[in-house]
Ligand binder design. Structure first.
Ligand code: ASP
Ligand code: MG
Length: 407
């Protein structure tokens, strides 16, 4: 007998019909003799609707009240799901985050979990209940309701699994696992049986939206066995997210090709090559709350240098405006930008022990005449910024060249 935490995303609980299906799945796990804690999201679209209501009242809603409102989506699904499980002839009890006591800090709309009280859940489980806990929410030390950021019920589930020392945390979603790349771009993409935490983190931060990044960090830190599965299929092992396994000689060098369509590039031309320049350019960008992704500074020639960086496309105009302001001050010749760029990355822990991955990637792109505008690397990832019109082509050929295409 095992203790399983199952998280169901918004589409999986998107209607009462689907909630009944979730209850049937839970009943099957119970029938196998397992203890089950279920963590649903709000019905799909519901959190957006609730936040929309708040914005109809106020353009700048109070974060505390926003959390009071946004957290209700999950309060509805836990009640409905507990009832549906009872209809299956099982005992079930639902709890909001604050009832369990998912203790968080007080950062409304993006709170962090500090501690989870597992006593009551254990007692309910021991009495044969399925325990249904609202995802996405908790309460701070003063009892204020908090939420964990969009997509936060993944993190709720992982944190509950860690607190309960569950045998496995299963994330049920509308895809049947983690893929080598987006199957909409590359039909030959394959589902991965396993992926390491590190790779999953890179894939998630590079735009693969299967899991909230923070939930992956959490699972890695607390060694929670995490599995992504489809809630629309009865069979299948999904994708298991694992710690790196040195003994696994079959491990491919590259596990996936990730991409991000929303990359915009800004370049400050002809700035004096002296200490403090990077700070003078990026300081104001950070002050404007703009996240910077890649950064490149050229080797200085004749006492000046060029400085480029990328931001999310939605922040391009704002970043341009900031640069126009600092231009004079830093003594730059010109500011140029391009918001028609994208980022493509090869990810794989196998890179550590296999030199030559970068050159293979660059050669493959060159053979297709794709110009690389920027490059950045980490131990397990190589990213390039290219013209957005080559995105699909680049992803397809890299997927192929690294042997990821389905046979
Ligand atoms: N319902 C919340 C959201 O839409 C949390 C979640 O779905 O994970 O962000
Ligand atoms: Mg989600």
């Amino acid at each position: 007998m095992a203790l399983i935490v199952q998280k169901y995303g918004g589409t999986s609980v998107g209607s009462t019909e689907r909630i009944k299906n979730v209850a049937k799945r839970v009943a099957r796990w119970k029938a196998m003799g397992h203890d089950v804690v279920v963590v649903p999201s709000a019905m799909s679209g519901e959190t957006n609707r609730l936040i929309g209501l708040a914005k109809e009242i106020s353009a700048t809603p109070s974060p505390r009240e926003l959390d009071v409102i946004a957290s209700t989506g999950e309060q509805v699904t836990i009640g409905l799901l507990a009832m549906a499980i009872q209809e299956e002839g099982l005992k079930a009890k639902s709890y909001t985050g604050s009832q369990v006591r998912v203790l968080t800090d007080s950062t409304f709309t993006k709170a962090r979990i500090l501690q989870i009280d597992d006593e009551r859940m254990r007692k309910d489980l021991a009495e044969g209940n399925v325990v249904v806990v609202a995802g996405f929410q908790g309460a701070d030390e003063n009892g204020n309701i908090t939420t964990l950021g969009r997509g936060g019920s993944d993190t709720s589930a992982v944190a509950l699994a860690a607190a309960l020392k569950a045998d496995e945390c299963q994330i049920y979603t509308d895809v049947d696992g983690v893929y080598t790349t987006d199957p909409r771009v590359v039909p030959e993409a394959r589902k991965l049986d396993t992926i390491t935490f590190e790779e999953m983190l890179e894939m998630a931060s590079l735009g693969s939206k299967v899991l909230q990044i923070r939930s992956v960090e959490f699972a890695g830190k607390y060694k929670v066995k995490l599995r992504v599965l489809s809630s629309f299929q009865d069979e299948g092992e999904g994708t298991l997210i694992t710690v790196e396994d040195d003994k696994n000689m079959e491990q491919p060098i590259i596990s996936g090709i990730a991409f991000n369509r929303d990359e915009a590039k800004l370049t400050v031309l002809g700035v004096p090559d002296r200490p403090g320049i990077a700070y003078q350019i990026l300081g104001p960008i950070a002050d404007a709350n703009i996240d910077v992704d890649m950064i490149i500074q050229n080797v200085g020639v004749d006492g000046t240098t060029d400085f480029s960086f990328t931001v999310n496309r939605s922040e391009y105009t704002k970043a341009m405006a900031v640069l126009e302001q600092v231009k004079q001050h830093v003594g730059a010749r010109e500011i140029v930008g391009d918001n028609k760029t994208c980022k493509v990355s090869a990810v794989g822990v196998g890179m550590r022990s296999h030199p030559g991955v970068a050159s293979q990637m660059f050669r493959t792109l060159a053979e297709e005449g794709i110009n690389i505008q920027m490059i950045s690397t980490s131990e397990i990832k190589i990213s390039v910024v290219i013209d957005e019109k080559y995105l699909e082509l680049a992803v397809r050929i890299l997927h192929k060249t690294f042997g990821l295409d389905q046979a």
